[in-house]
Design a protein around this ligand. Structure first.
Ligand code: ADP
Ligand code: SF4
Length: 687
């Protein structure tokens, strides 16, 4: 059972009229399901309650159609018809002894109203936040009164749904209560603008309203951003100290962080565990009320230290609870090694930003709890009469997850890896700058596999078609990965780049990961648009190369805005003095002269460079698959029932795709396939 040094994490704590059973608080997090997929949403939250979190919160919850954040899909309490969806979540969360919380918000100028077509409202006239071609109008006194009334009514609806904690939200630059605090958004000259006292007025009023409306039954939490890193235009630490002092005892709980979201949920590449401490540690010294904060906490020792040193009273978590919904239970049961630690890749965030159900690199069941009935800890065991042996070829994320989950199901598994180390791309990429934590994808799986005697691992074991046919497995899974193309083929060069072929100055990321590095002035050609280009740029700068980053896209690493990496990448490349040339494609590369062309006006440009790292597209390592397909006639004699390719060996993607593919293979082996759509969907009929 649990180590006594973690006891402090399991002491109950009072939040207004309710009591949290321990110190683990799943703070609000978006999930791309929200009000549109209430069954999926409730099931996802339930699994976390089952995993031991004392408080489970919704994501932000719209209180009124004039604060509609479409196309993003968050929670909603516009009127009574929205209550049942959240009541379902409360019922599921309560079934496991956890408290349910709702994060009420009106997004003001950071809403879109694209769905409701209402006019946006804000403290003062201003453009809407996300570049929608519209402006928000300044709220008059009547609007302020209405906003307070909507918030009160939503709080009561939340309480009727069964919520135990109701949030007032003043964080992330996503709520009117915060917008009134910000000088850049509030230029009012009445009693709601100007002095700090005036700018805090509305937040204080909304807190008092909420306490009056639901405070007898619900804890009232204040989510508050102490710093926006925008200088005097935003909330600054110096002012935040005063604000916390002014409101110290008003909320029943302080949930504190830094804004905006990209500064809060910073990818591991740009901030370590507990990075927010210098911005929030003053809060506990200013209030007697419990304080919760986040920091991508996955280490129980760090958590204990936060409590013992008086930084926090409760350990807040979004990403660690996504990667491991059972994190508290594992600490409680003394199973520290079983914790599936978040790697800080922020793929979970991309679900919200692409308006699709949340997914997680580490936890393939995230978002699939209801759709596919997957659970992060449990999996159906194989049937007793199924005594098949499975051969997994390739020990990257796909192969390791397939082997682990098949082993968990009770299958005899043999995994052959050609290299001398396991982990495939994860091991290789984790050696690049900033990506060390990604190795957790490998380490957690290896730790689990070590506990499964029926899973056998073989290193230094390249498998040929003859080897596979001779192995004596009934099922063969080819998880042999992929490699970067060398021919320039990609989104912008459908016919490739002729002068790349057989050109010794052209490198791929695989060359670099195999320790074959270019030197001198190196061009990175990024036709991939995610993280690889900027990571390689960092690696090359570290080795003393001069780096020019060329991309046919109109900006660097455009897809990384979905994972909140974007701004951090731009800043890092600027700091490293990497020269960026956007909107240019490659025409020719000969000797040391690179010919470019502007993608919009065709204007030529030439650059001197000693080498190019080509980051355009990848190809599956599928030679073994095809060799075995060609010998299908021999399968029966070899006792083989099935051969499947998964992960990057089927179609190159993200690490998350590979883990998901491995998990899916294991879930589906030996289970009769039904026709039709392989997951549940929400159907909206009638009202
Ligand atoms: P994925 O992301 O799909 O898991 P990776 O590239 O990370 O793919 O992992 C694939 C792994 O398969 C690599 O470690 C590679 O060395 C290994 N591999 C590739 N071909 C073979 C083979 N024929 N026999 C054994 N291992 C192989
Ligand atoms: Fe952590 Fe990545 Fe999972 Fe998000 S997707 S919870 S960052 S491992």
């Amino acid at each position: 059972m649990r180590d006594s040094r973690y006891d402090i994490l399991f002491t109950p704590i009072q939040i207004g009229p309710v009591t949290a059973k321990n110190r683990f608080f799943q703070v609000p997090h978006c999930n791309g399901m929200g009000h549109a997929m209430p069954l999926a949403h409730a099931a996802m939250r339930e699994v976390k309650a089952e995993g031991g979190w004392a408080v489970i919160s919704t994501e932000e919850c719209e209180i009124h159609p004039s604060g509609d954040v479409s196309p993003y899909v968050e929670a909603r309490l516009w009127d009574d018809r929205d209550i049942p969806a959240l009541a379902l979540m409360c019922e599921r969360v309560h079934a496991h002894g956890a408290l349910a919380a709702v994060e009420l918000t009106h997004n003001g100028p950071t809403a879109s109203n694209l769905f409701s077509r209402e006019v946006l409202i804000a403290p003062s006239h201003q453009p809407s936040k996300y570049g929608y071609p519209s402006q928000a109008r300044a709220m008059d006194k009547c609007d302020i009164a209405n906003y307070r009334r909507w918030h009160r009514e939503a709080a009561i609806r939340g309480m009727r749904a069964g919520m135990d904690i109701v949030y007032v939200y003043a964080a992330h630059d996503l709520s009117l209560a915060m917008h009134f605090l910000q000088r850049r958004r509030n230029q009012r000259t009445d009693e709601y603008g100007g002095s700090l006292e005036n700018r805090v007025r509305l937040l204080r009023e909304v807190l008092i309203d909420t306490k009056e409306a639901v405070g007898h039954r619900c804890g009232v939490a204040l989510r508050f951003a102490t710093e926006e890193l925008l200088g005097p235009e935003g909330v600054e630490l110096s002012e935040a100290r005063e604000i916390v002092g002014m409101l110290a005892e008003l909320p029943d709980l302080w949930d504190v962080n830094i804004a905006a979201w990209y500064n809060d949920s910073v990818p591991s590449r740009f901030a370590p565990e507990g990075a927010q401490e210098p911005f929030i540690d003053f809060v506990k010294k200013t209030t007697s009320k419990p304080v919760v904060g986040v920091g991508r906490f996955t280490s129980p020792d760090t958590m204990v230290s936060q409590l013992r040193r008086g930084v926090l009273d409760m350990i807040g978590a979004a990403r660690p609870s996504i990667a491991d919904p059972f994190l508290p239970r594992k600490i409680e049961e003394g199973r520290i090694d079983d914790i599936r630690e978040c790697i800080g890749c922020n793929l979970c965030v991309s679900g919200d930003n692409t308006i699709t159900p949340i997914r997680c690199t580490q936890n393939p069941s995230m978002g699939e709890e209801w759709r596919k009935g997957w659970h992060p800890e449990r999996i159906a065991t194989k049937t007793a009469k199924d005594d098949a042996r499975v051969l997994v070829v390739g020990g990257g994320p796909a192969g390791l997850e397939a082997a682990r989950a098949l082993g968990q199901r009770g299958y005899e598994v043999h995994l052959a890896e050609s290299r001398k180390e396991l982990g495939g791309r994860v091991s290789r990429e984790a050696r690049l700058p900033g990506l060390a934590e990604w190795a957790r994808v490998r380490d957690w799986r290896l730790g689990q596999i070590r506990k499964l005697p029926q899973v056998n691992l073989y290193l230094d074991s390249a498998m040929s078609a003859d080897d596979v046919l001779a192995f004596g497995a009934q099922h063969v899974v080819l998880a042999t990965g992929c490699h970067w193309r060398r021919d320039g083929y990609g989104r912008s060069h459908g016919l490739g780049i002729a002068s790349f072929r057989d050109n010794p100055r052209v490198f791929t990321p695989d060359d670099l990961m195999d320790e074959r590095w270019p030197s001198g002035r190196v061009v990175i050609y990024d036709d991939d648009y995610f993280y690889t280009g900027s990571v390689i740029a960092e690696a090359l700068r570290k080795r003393g190369c001069e780096v020019v980053y060329v991309t046919p896209d109109d900006t660097i690493a455009s897809w990384s805005s979905n994972t909140l990496d974007y701004r951090h990448i731009q800043r890092r490349l600027a700091k490293l003095e990497v020269e960026c040339v956007v909107s240019h494609s490659i025409v020719d590369y000969r000797d040391s002269t690179l010919q470019l062309e502007h993608v919009w006006n065709g204007k030529p440009q030439s650059l001197h460079c000693d080498a190019i790292v080509s980051i355009t597209a990848r190809l599956p390592n599928d030679a073994l698959y095809h060799a075995l397909r060609e010998r299908e006639a021999e399968w029966q004699d070899a006792g083989i029932h099935s051969i499947d390719g998964i992960g990057d060996a089927l179609a190159p993607g993200l690490i998350a795709h590979a883990v998901y593919a491995g998990h899916r293979y294991a879930q589906e082996l030996g289970v009769p396939r039904e026709g039709g759509v392989p997951f549940k969907r929400h159907f909206h009929v009638g009202e």
